[in-house]
Design a protein around this ligand. Structure first.
Ligand code: IDP
Ligand code: MG
Length: 141
């Protein structure tokens, strides 16, 4: 398994519910490494870049509105096959399909407020890291 990095966001719904520690803890226990992290308020421009693939869909406006509505917690996470490992840990987009034991399967019922985001490919991860960590997403220590 190749070491990869991925982008994970605890969305406003997750931050407001106090689930940042839970999400970090699950990834740490799995053996993944949190490389860099920050709490921030997403601007409309960042949201539009991040969700460009969804522009024009009926839920797009709500998506941008939600991600910009309150602080999020963003992380670059590293480990073997991190993109796929983290996607599986976060669970299916639709709460009806998110398995128990996944973040989305354990902490929510609303697809629009599904607690977390994680990149869906290595290419997406690199593109998204650039949005939330313009300095490159590498630790400075
Ligand atoms: P993902 O977060 O599992 O990668 P995407 O299809 O990339 O799912 O959708 C991005 C986000 O848009 C989802 O996490 C969810 O919050 C929201 N979303 C996706 N599909 C729908 C929908 O059909 N209705 C409302 N919101 C949706
Ligand atoms: Mg997605």
């Amino acid at each position: 398994m190749e070491v990869e990095r991925t982008l994970v966001l605890v969305k406003p719904s997750g931050v407001a519910r106090g689930l940042v520690g839970e999400v970090i803890s699950r990834m740490e226990r799995r053996g993944l490494t949190i490389k860099v992290a920050r709490m921030l308020r997403v601007t409309r421009e960042m949201a539009e870049r991040h969700y460009v693939e969804h522009k024009g869909k009926d839920f797009y406006d709500d998506l941008v509105e939600h991600i910009t509505s309150a602080p999020i917690f963003a992380m670059v996470v590293e480990g073997p096959s991190a993109v796929r490992i983290v996607r599986r840990m976060m669970g299916a987009t639709n709460p009806l399909e998110a398995a128990p034991g996944t973040v989305r399967g354990d902490f929510g019922l609303d697809v629009r407020r599904n607690v977390v985001h994680s990149a869906d490919s290595v290419a997406s991860a690199e593109r998204e890291i650039e949005i939330f960590f313009p300095e490159g997403g590498e630790p400075t220590y």
